[in-house]
Design a protein around this ligand. Sequence first.
Ligand code: ATP
Length: 419
Amino acid sequence: MIIISYFYIGIDDTDSPEGMCTTFLACHIIRQLEKKGISIIGYPRLIRLNPFARFKTRGNGGVSFKINNDDKVPLAKEIVLNEVSKLSMFDCENTNPGVVFYDGEITKEMEEYAYRAIYSFITIDEAEKFGKSAGCEIHKFKKGRGIIGSIAAISLPLEDYTYELLTYRNPENYGSKRKINYDSVVEMDEKTYPDTFENIDYSENYIAIEPKTPCPVLYGVRSNNAPILKKARDIIKVDENIDGYCIFLTNQHTDMHIQKADYISQMEQFGCYEIVSTVKDTPHVINGGHMFFTVYDDSGEIECGAYEPTKNFRKTVSYLRPGDVIKLYGGIGEQNTFNIEKFQMIAMNDVEYKNPVCKCGKRMTSAGKNKGFKCKKCGNKFKSSDKIPVKVQRFLENGKFYETPVSARRHLSKPVCRL
Ligand code: ATP
């Protein structure tokens, strides 16, 4: 039996809000490696980690890729370290690159570490200690915080996965308005959805493939399979030169950040969960346009929020009624509020209890405690004090999922079209 051994390379924390992007740097490095006859095996991976990580620039993503473990490894290492030291945004205080090399099998412990990097917080020291014990070669630049994500990007197993095609701009265009033909994006969406998704937010008239930051990315298209991305790229028209592109295998839109909670009291701040609970009060809007309501179960209750950036989703949330049983997906943020990403209606409370209606057509009023009801118009009496169940018209459906718009969606959130 031939045992194939790979050499893994993980890179993270090279960019800043002013520029660069770790995917671009990885893509650039892969091109340099190819020039020296070193090919990567499979797709490079873009791994999104804990959405609540404090020092993230945008979407908390680390990158990894693998090559054959042969005599070209020393040259590959030299190229990677050189390019990371040359191109990282070192001027930014919060840019602390980390590069990790690893050869061998990905162990159970490494996989567990990667899940921890999605579900909880890891310190630089912890990552370094763990990485060394696992046999990783660790390279820290400045504080080297990037090693946390680099080890995870190498180690995370991907049972569910998606792809993202990233195209990059010519450096002379960085920071300027991107010249993307929006009609062609609509055409691409029409011809490739739902194999591709998150392209356009029609409710907000928002082209989601275009980043809003000055980074090197021109556009990114997300998909369930890789071949469809070629078709998407052929349809999208742009009026500027493209400086290469790369397809990444990724855990984006897999709900990998979501853990199943059986009870509200199990959930912790900065964790992301799926939980079934009952709506306690009518959703209400507070300052800033955020919409809140509370859910409960036998173990306790928690306030849920659909924040202003979720736009029309707030309207959907406003249709919830006390007594509705819903499955919520989301995370508990700074304010200890459950920030909803999507919900499923499990059992709708579509009954309201009202005073009976008199023969004359007027709704009766209470005749006093335990004295039944009376009609103010014609004086008719009704002995029973039991209110009458009335079916309420609802704008939600049992079993159906409702999600935040594309413009407000987390990288890791699984869209309903992928469920
Ligand atoms: P971009 O998506 O544009 O590449 P980013 O949002 O990924 O940027 P980074 O520059 O990678 O941001 O910074 C995120 C930092 O957080 C990295 O140093 C990474 O190692 C670290 N990090 C990732 N996951 C965790 C975690 N679970 N606990 C603590 N730190 C983490």
